[in-house]
Design a protein around this ligand. Structure first.
Ligand code: GLU
Length: 282
């Protein structure tokens, strides 16, 4: 099977050294095994995404020497696909409408006996109450029901694992999905979510290796659950260390000095930049 990797930035700011590290590992790994490297623009959050940041992504990655397959998949053009997949989960009773506000959730969470893992769990409202809320135009999100997911997958739920590519080789990691509670798969504002669209796209694009920062390590468990519910073959995951700034904190898009364009403006070459990065450990 051909190896397919991807780099999937959100155009909500300029790319920094941490993005360069992630993109380079994906690119060089695919190249080392004669596979494909994809670039995906994760722009479902239209309130925070900007076209100038998207153009900067193409420019910065090209400057770095990366090449990617065409056409580039842009999530904002695939909203109908995510909606259809969410509708399929609705039909199977795996998601429910949640009308709760952030404050309602906080209050529910302050009664921890309801949730041993400290994560929110809820359920669909009674039909009449739901109808009233809908008639009143009350906004809602679609949440994955862990209870229903468990029923749908039966015994495989507790044995759900994902495969992590570690320095010591491939390891089965327990998905530990209980810790997530009932996550939002369809947000009130966008109708989809990072988790839903990312899993659907990785599956649609045939991504075989998801390589990304270790801040998303836990999310892999939830993604494994979604793959199982969609009855899809999950990719192999690798979560690399995050690049830290001088203050030992992880880089964020607001750290202007670490953006690729700021480094380029300071006269750095792509090779200078690569020299600042840890080993790609391919
Ligand atoms: N758009 C996500 C981010 O920028 C990508 C996460 C992923 O690689 O799965 O953090």
């Amino acid at each position: 099977m051909e190896t397919i990797t991807r780099f999937a930035p959100s155009p909500t700011g300029y790319l920094h050294l941490g993005h360069a590290y992630s993109a380079l590992i994906n690119f060089e790994y695919a190249r080392s095994v004669h596979g494909q490297f994809l670039l995906r623009i994760e722009d479902i959050d239209q309130g925070r995404c900007r076209p100038e940041y998207e153009s900067a992504i193409y420019e910065d990655l090209a400057w770095l020497g990366l090449e990617w397959e065409q056409p580039v998949l842009r999530q904002s053009e695939r909203m109908a696909i995510y909606e259809a997949q969410l509708a399929a989960l609705q039909e199977r009773g795996l998601v429910y409408r949640c009308f709760k506000t952030r404050k309602d959730i906080e209050q529910a969470m302050s009664a921890p006996h309801d949730s041993p893992t400290g994560a929110f769990r809820g359920e669909a409202l009674a039909a009449l109450e739901e109808r009233d809320n809908l008639a009143n135009g009350k906004p809602y999100a679609w949440r994955l029901s862990l209870t229903e997911a468990k029923a749908a997958l039966g015994t495989t739920f507790s044995t759900l694992v994902y495969v992590e590519d570690t320095p010591g080789g491939l390891v089965d990691q327990p998905a530990e999905v209980e810790r997530f509670g009932d996550v939002v798969l369809g947000r009130k504002d966008s109708g989809t979510s990072y988790h839903l669209s990312s899993v659907i796209d990785d599956a649609t694009q045939g991504v075989t290796h998801v390589i990304r920062g270790e801040d998303l390590q836990e999310a892999a468990g939830l993604h494994a659950l979604l793959y199982a519910l969609f009855d899809l073959e999950p990719p192999i995951y690798r979560h690399h260390p995050l690049i830290l700034g001088a203050d030992e904190k992880r880089l964020a898009k607001r750290d202007q000095a670490a953006t690729l364009r700021a480094m380029r403006d300071r006269g750095m070459s792509p090779d200078d930049l690569r020299a600042q990065l840890p080993d790609l450990a391919l």
